[in-house]
Ligand binder design. Sequence first.
Ligand code: ATP
Ligand code: MG
Length: 754
Amino acid sequence: MYQPPELNPDIAPLIAALNPAQKEAVTAPPEHRLVLAGAGSGKTRVLVHRIAWLVAVENISPHSILAVTFTNKAAAEMRGRIEQLLNVPVRTMWVGTFHGIAHRMLRLHWREAKLPQNFQILDADDQQRLVKRILRSLDMPEEQWPPKQVTAYINAQKDEGRRPQSLQDQGDYAQRQLVRAYTAYQVQCESAGLVDFAELLLRAFELCRDVPEIQAHYRARFRHILVDEFQDTNTLQYAWLRVLAGERGVLFAVGDDDQSIYSWRGAKVENMVRLAKDFPGTEVIRLEQNYRSTGTILKAANALIAKNSSRLGKNLWTEDGEGAPIQLYAAFNEYDEAEFVVNRMREHLDGRARYSDLAVLYRSNAQSRVLEEVLIRQRLPYRIYGGLRFFERMEVKDALAYLRLVSNRDDDGSFERTVNTPARGIGATTIERLRQIAREGGVSLWKAAVGAGPALGRSAGNLKQFLDLIEGLARDTAGEPLSKIMDLTIERSGLRAHYQKEKGEQAESRLENLDELINASRSFERPPEDDELDPLNSFLAHAALEAGEGQALAGEDSVQLMTLHSAKGLEFPIVFMVGVENGLFPNQRALDEGSLEEERRLCYVGITRARQQLYLSYAEVRRVHGVEQIGSPSIFLRDIPPECVVETRPRAGILRPSFAGGARSSGAGYGGGGYSSREPRPRYGEGYNLQRTPITNAPAYGGFKLGAQVRHVKFGEGTIVSFDGDGERTQVEVRFRNAGTKRLMLSQAKLEAV
Ligand code: ATP
Ligand code: MG
């Protein structure tokens, strides 16, 4: 029978603050445990307290503890919380992500891992470039063997722990070729001392499995292994945990199957079930009380996730009151949506909220651009958590560099950036030679290139083609509207084709960003009297400024923007979930394939980030891939009980209880056409009627109201979709029927009511 040690008085108050189920988990005897519990039930908190308990009560040295988290930030926070709890530094404790810990082991034992001491990490982009080179050397044409897919194949093999020599082609030609590529890639990595992300894990796993001294060392060292977000471990990570634990190590895992959102990267939620079998004596502890969110938010989350069929099943409740209803906003378009978000933020900031209490969550990276634009205009400091701001993203900078070069041939930075992006056979030696010529002659790289001619040998032809490309772009875009210039540039530079060929999540997101850049430039096509510079140069200046400003410094109080994926594990008092539309969230692929469960879990993750107030919004019209599309509210909205939600309009405040109890929407509401819970809701995927009754309580600006029909001399007829600023400086955004959406100065636009 296990005798718990005497309670250390320092830790007694900590333990007293836990509920009985949490206490059971934290004070469990040193045996395997799985804490299976829903969002906000205190899993992470229990994990941290468990460590404190082990150290303070079980007298386990921090040196003997390994704690695995999902992000580096979470690791840093966890260390901070533990130090605070214990009031001692715990430097000798290993806390980190799987990748971080694997890397640390490989640095310590590079010899045993058969790596050079100064091995380098290959990031995702570098890896892809290397795969490309390999494919070329193997005569595997890119059209048939897209590098992105070959890379994904290699990583998937590694995630499953498979080396090339263990793979059999079974007479299959395609498989044989893939194994060939994997083999060649691996040989290249070994000889150059390169380690990709998947290799970090696989090497560290093999190191612990195959080198007896290392295995013995870590098994003796890590008596306790604790893992957060266990539902997102992959096969290899799981296998590694088993090797490390051995017979004597004690595993403490916490997770939530309903928050498994990385199956597309190989995460295996089944590991939660396997655990009980592979780690004998594992007891499962369930936590059911939620401490994070209001009753309303929790009810919405529970109802949504109940629609999934493959679940381990759990029930969350809270002692907290109902709290404020969830507010749902039907925006005209993405600008209107962003304005709504920022206006609501202002209201909260006028009250008690700090910037960092506010978070905006979105499904796709490209959605940040419009939000960033409005945040910058309204001077709210923001940060993009776990990502780059729009104008700092690689593909966006590449496209802009082309434009800069077109606009100014002597811009050496842009020349260097574009000359071999995408790859066109102009290598480092040629560029170095150009630099030298430029230095000697005191001229720009462009001039050096024009003058160099045959002196450059084999690259001369490729270079000439590049110079022609830029000249041709300059010629063909002169006098064209900015969005056309942008489109042509992305097309002719080869950037679009480059990412189209690659396929996969990352490339898709880069294509979306390029399309979003065209959208951005379109909204910049203001009438020339607005600006001194021509539209191209004023746009470039805008991009440069946006890339350099706005983003708050690390540690500065700021609004948080992030994808739903990177929000896992975090919490915020006020959350805006934007773009809740079919095709965006759930994304089109999930809709097409009818595989909605993972997207629904992602929605569950999003909702459960909110503590006090949740806003949901969707746009009736949104530019996607440069085309205005009519959106329909996400099918997930229908899973939320009507009594949890109210519809809202900006400035005018809350309009009416939403589709609850038959209060018929007056037009602008959920579903656009206005219907109550008694009426059939649109079926999923169904577009909906944009005919709407005028919004009577929208505020008027210079005699115009939001939603008003207007005529412009040049652009024709359209609908007012947003206002910004006051008085003389009021800007108005109009969605023209035939000329796209434009932002105009109201005082100068000479709009007429239709
Ligand atoms: P997720 O599934 O999102 O990762 P989680 O289960 O890890 O959530 P935590 O982040 O640990 O949940 O806890 C959610 C919130 O509830 C935190 O603010 C935490 O401090 C608080 N909390 C948890 N347990 C208690 C408790 N017993 N008393 C008071 N607050 C608690
Ligand atoms: Mg957590």
